[in-house]
Design a protein around this ligand. Structure first.
Ligand code: SF4
Length: 297
């Protein structure tokens, strides 16, 4: 007997998953795809606005962690404060990424469980491109879910992504003007320059991130752990001399990166350069900086 198949595609608010959804719709119109966005409740306003724009192009997008379950804060029962308490007030970090499990993977798991109970096999479409190495940051769950990689199958690379968005009448999400990826406002994968930009663009969200650093018992090996690492609370970024140092260091890196690009491509300009879209390369990080594709793709 042929098994029933449910095709699902997760949108993070990042450019690759968005382009993937549009691309699959164009190239595999026979598929009935269900789109979902796992809204942690701590997304940037720019990300939510972009998801709304995408919905106009794609059709209905399931919001997992639906805001219709709102409490006073508009974030459902599983607020970050509650989760933080459950985790002994230890902030998540690159070494212990409990946030992705709790805020992204579990709601997804709960959603697909309904389909699995109805006898569906799940095919999950993922936006890893043909020019990316095998990713260690790809977190999976123990379920009958098959991952499908259309960009890899079809040889789609980074330079194709913007074209796919543009031919569908979409620009890059607005946050790319000052931040390299979607994900939580307080994501610890941010560079310091991005924290500075968060403080400038969304001072209220920066303040909120600061409050999470103050949880009782938030320590590692005797020293307090903060979003930017040990001994570096966010409030250090409020010092103008620190801001100047970070900005100058960033500008130097950007200049070095542009020079390298020009040299390698033998170009007189830096066509295709996007300061925050290219941030990982500017900071010599692997794409995504180690973040899970679930959060930023
Ligand atoms: S975006 Fe960052 S903080 Fe949010 S769940 Fe993902 S890794 Fe955690």
């Amino acid at each position: 007997m042929t098994k029933k198949v449910k095709h699902v595609l997760g949108l993070s608010g990042g450019k690759d998953s968005s382009a993937l959804a549009l691309y699959v719709k164009e190239t595999r119109p026979e598929l009935d795809v269900e789109y979902f966005f796992t809204d942690t409740g701590y997304e940037l306003p720019e990300t939510n606005a972009f998801i709304d724009q995408l919905e106009e192009k794609l059709g209905y997008i399931h919001r997992l962690n639906d805001r219709s379950l709102n409490n006073m804060e508009g974030r459902g029962e599983r607020t970050f404060s509650n989760l933080l308490k459950e985790h002994g007030n230890y902030l998540p970090s690159q070494r212990d990424r409990w946030c992705t499990v709790q805020m992204k993977l579990k709601p997804f798991e709960k959603w697909v469980d309904g389909f699995i109970a109805e006898g569906y096999v799940i095919k999950n479409y993922v936006g890893i491109r043909a020019d990316e190495p095998n990713r260690s940051g790809f977190m999976t769950i123990e379920k009958p879910i098959k991952s499908i990689f259309p960009f890899r199958e079809d040889g789609i690379v980074k330079s194709d992504i913007e074209n796919i968005l543009q031919r569908n009448g979409l620009e890059l999400p607005e946050y790319y003007q000052w931040r390299s990826r979607s994900g939580c406002t307080f994501c610890f994968y941010q560079q310091k320059i991005e924290w500075l930009k968060l403080m400038e663009k969304h001072p209220d969200l920066f303040e909120e991130a600061k409050t999470f650093e103050k949880g009782e018992g938030n320590t590692t090996v005797g020293e307090k752990f903060y979003w930017m690492g040990q001994g570096q609370p966010l409030e250090t970024l409020e010092d103008p001399s620190v801001q100047q140092r970070i900005t100058e260091n960033h500008e130097k890196r950007v200049a070095r990166f542009k020079k390298k690009k020009r040299r390698n491509a033998l170009l007189t300009d830096t066509e295709g350069f996007c300061e925050f879209g290219d941030l990982d390369e500017i900071y010599d990080e692997a794409e995504g900086g180690g973040a899970c594709v679930t959060c930023y793709k």
